[in-house]
Design a binder for this molecule. Structure first.
Ligand code: APR
Ligand code: PHB
Length: 389
């Protein structure tokens, strides 16, 4: 088999890249380790920047998002028992959209299928080869047989634990990492959200986030110890703890119900540099991870896919390597700004185990500054809504 771009991983990064390349007339094959249903079963974040929605439109997969997504103009920050609204639309002229990653993935999968493009699900032992030389290939095992795809380029869109980054020789890559000393316990419930916008809560017992998937489905998160297990968090305990961390108005209007999903995720900042190794590029979680506090993970996967697709179009249409040569630098400049923003939101909103009285008071002073200074709230707003690409 031969294709122009062999894409490893059918998450949002790989699927969006595949769809954009297809729109630019560049053929591609996606190799995914799991089944499509497995990929769709993972519950992840759900806040899209306007730029991400525009990319879904460009990919021919934005229709349902416009119909079902919830457009939000602002967010609330809660601390000291009170809520403060940041009017993001007034500050930036832009909005965000609530639309789950699962739905984004499904829409991209359907668009890919409708275009008749090849995705090999349950591809085992996927191995990128010879990307440092001129003849990159990817081998994989399917139904007990080994297959080989010869290609011009490999796109490693296979997430944090993928094979692409792991295939690079250690001397060619530098990684930067911070692991936070807590996790997020998330639940999904078939209940109306407590408020029509997101509420980020700083509380002495730990951070809490009220978010949603739709007008009848809520998503709540609690900061929890890293070694907690979901079995330690029956629904009643979750709702009790959430109520302790919310302001009174939220507690009074909170509607609880059985959880339909419950999981614990660690929080990490991670960046690999560079994002190009000869004829292999990394995109999305394969290259970087941000803690979810800024809602940037999915949006960074989308901006990487955009930069890479445009660079490859330039390569094929204009016979110019300028775009692919600049890919790593261009993508990393945006990545690092999102890493900074996500770290800052995380630091301002969470309870750190070693935070003494001074640390907690500095957090409250910072939050107070953010909600009362136009300059500070505009800075939060323009990062939250997404920096331009
Ligand atoms: N071979 C083939 N596929 C693989 C391999 C492998 N060795 N390793 C991983 N994969 C697949 C995974 O099964 C997954 O479907 O690559 C895909 C990577 O998808 P994601 O982890 O969703 O990563 P990405 O597409 O970069 O999307 C980033 O996901 O984790 C969230 O917050 C993050 O929202 C962001 C988004
Ligand atoms: C979510 O809806 O899951 C979500 C929203 C905003 C965040 C993190 C998660 O910052």
């Amino acid at each position: 088999m031969r294709t122009k771009v062999a894409i490893i991983g059918a998450g949002p990064a790989g699927l969006l890249l595949g769809q954009l390349l297809h729109r630019y007339g560049i053929d591609n094959i996606i190799l995914e380790r799991h089944t499509g249903d497995y990929v769709l079963g993972r519950i992840r974040a759900g806040l899209l920047e306007e730029g991400t929605v525009a990319l879904l439109d460009e990919a021919g997969a934005g229709q349902r998002a416009h119909h079902e997504g919830l457009v939000h103009d602002g967010i609330e920050l809660a601390f000291g028992g009170e809520r403060h609204r940041i009017d993001i639309k007034a500050q930036t002229g832009k909005t965000m959209m609530i639309y789950g990653q699962t739905e984004v993935t499904l829409d991209l999968m359907n668009a890919r299928q409708a275009a008749g493009l090849t995705t090999v699900y349950e591809a085992a032992d996927v191995t990128p080869l010879d990307f440092d030389a001129g003849n990159p290939r990817v081998t994989y095992v399917k139904d007990g047989k080994t297959h080989e795809i010869a290609c011009d380029f490999i796109a490693g869109c296979d997430g944090f634990h993928g094979v692409s980054r792991a295939s690079v020789k250690p001397s060619a890559i530098e990684t930067f990492e911070r692991v936070y000393p807590f996790g997020w316990l998330g639940i999904l419930s078939e209940t109306p959200p407590v408020s029509h916008e997101l509420i980020y809560n700083n509380h002495a017992r730990g951070f809490a986030l009220c978010t949603m998937r739709s007008t009848h489905r809520s998503r709540y998160y609690l900061q929890c110890p890293l070694d907690d297990r979901v079995e330690q968090w029956p629904d009643d305990r979750f709702w009790d703890e959430l109520k302790r961390r919310l302001d009174q108005k939220a507690v009074d209007s909170l509607i609880t119900g059985p959880s339909i999903e419950k999981s614990i995720a660690p929080l990490r900042s991670f960046v690999a540099e560079p994002m190009r190794f000869g004829r292999m590029f990394l995109a999305g979680d394969a290259a970087h991870i941000v803690p979810p506090t800024g809602a940037k993970g999915l949006n960074l996967a989308a901006s990487d896919a955009h930069y890479l697709a445009v660079a490859l179009r330039e390569y094929y249409d204009e016979k110019s390597s300028a775009g692919i040569d600049a890919y790593s630098r261009t993508a990393l400049a945006r990545v690092w700004k999102a890493v900074r923003f996500s770290w800052w939101m995380t630091t301002m909103l969470h309870k750190f185990p070693d935070t003494d009285g001074i640390g907690a008071r500095i957090q409250i002073a910072e939050l107070d500054y953010v909600v009362s200074s136009k300059a500070a709230s505009t800075s939060l707003a323009e990062n939250y809504v997404g920096l331009p690409f």
